[in-house]
Write a new protein. Structure first.
Length: 260
């Protein structure tokens, strides 16, 4: 386990847990948090035994309440000589990930926290959690969050959330497609573990190459996508995992994935 004042990185079996550790600040984002999450993503990908990432926050009050506004000058300070910012680079890193990520949402999820939610592949939330994009209330806008949110949620809902800044509950978030499951708080960890168990027994090679392909075809036309994916399935069939999977199926046993 790697622990800092802001982010805890911990390997639990085949899952790599990234926990924002600022409960007194509602797990708000600052430079250390962003850097810690990015380090977690990189460490998870460097470890061949890690099959997936779990992103969460300490305590039951907040998953992530967005940027730390205690020092608003620091929260929105920019180096205008740089064409990119650290939070945007974190979102880029997440989209290039070839290992699946689950958001465990145990408390409020607002503003930049919504971006963290959107950068994962699956999400489980406690039924008391409140979500929102309140940036317009402090004179800014969820610019970078939009890059992921607009492809996940119907436009009318995105418009309402971003333009009014008003919060919404877990039931609305699930109906909009932001969450896979909503459960009572007491059942949150069990549901996350259940979802983990449904991933770690599958082919790591198929998942890795599958995530890569889904990312690649997202902006392709149908003709481009179908041409790309027919070549990708041919490549997958040549992998050790595919050979083992087909052999295990014919032998009526569970596969033992080589991960190659």
């Amino acid at each position: 386990m790697t622990e800092s004042s802001s982010v805890i990185l911990e390997k639990r079996g085949q899952a790599f847990w990234i926990t924002i550790n600022r409960p007194d600040k509602r797990n708000a984002l600052n430079g250390d948090v962003i850097a810690g999450i990015a380090r977690g993503y990189r460490d998870a990908h460097d470890d061949r035994d890690v099959r997936l990432i779990v992103l969460t926050g300490t305590g039951d009050k907040a998953f992530c309440a967005g940027a730390d506004l205690q020092n608003s000058g620091a929260a929105f300070a920019m180096d205008y000589s740089k064409p990119n910012v650290d939070y945007a680079d974190l979102l880029r890193l997440s989209q290039d990930s070839t290992k699946p990520a689950i958001a465990r949402v145990g408390g409020v999820c607002m503003a930049g926290g919504m971006g963290l939610l959107c950068m994962t592949d699956m999400a489980v939330a406690a039924d008391h959690v409140i979500f929102g994009l309140p940036e317009v209330k402090v004179g800014v806008f969820p610019m970078q969050v939009m890059s992921l949110l607009q492809s996940m949620v119907p436009p009318r809902l995105v418009n309402e959330w971003a333009l009014t800044g008003e919060p919404f509950d877990a039931k609305a978030a699930q109906a909009a497609g932001l969450l896979n499951y909503v459960v009572p708080a007491a059942e949150l960890d069990a549901k996350v573990e259940w979802l983990i168990s449904r991933i770690v027994d599958k082919s790591p090679t198929a998942i890795r190459r599958g995530k890569y392909a889904m990312r690649a075809i997202a902006s392709m036309s149908f003709d481009e996508s179908i041409a790309y994916t027919e070549s990708q399935i041919a490549l997958l069939a040549m992998t050790e995992d595919a050979k083992e999977g087909l052999k295990a199926f014919s032998e009526k046993r569970k596969p033992s994935w080589p991960g190659r």
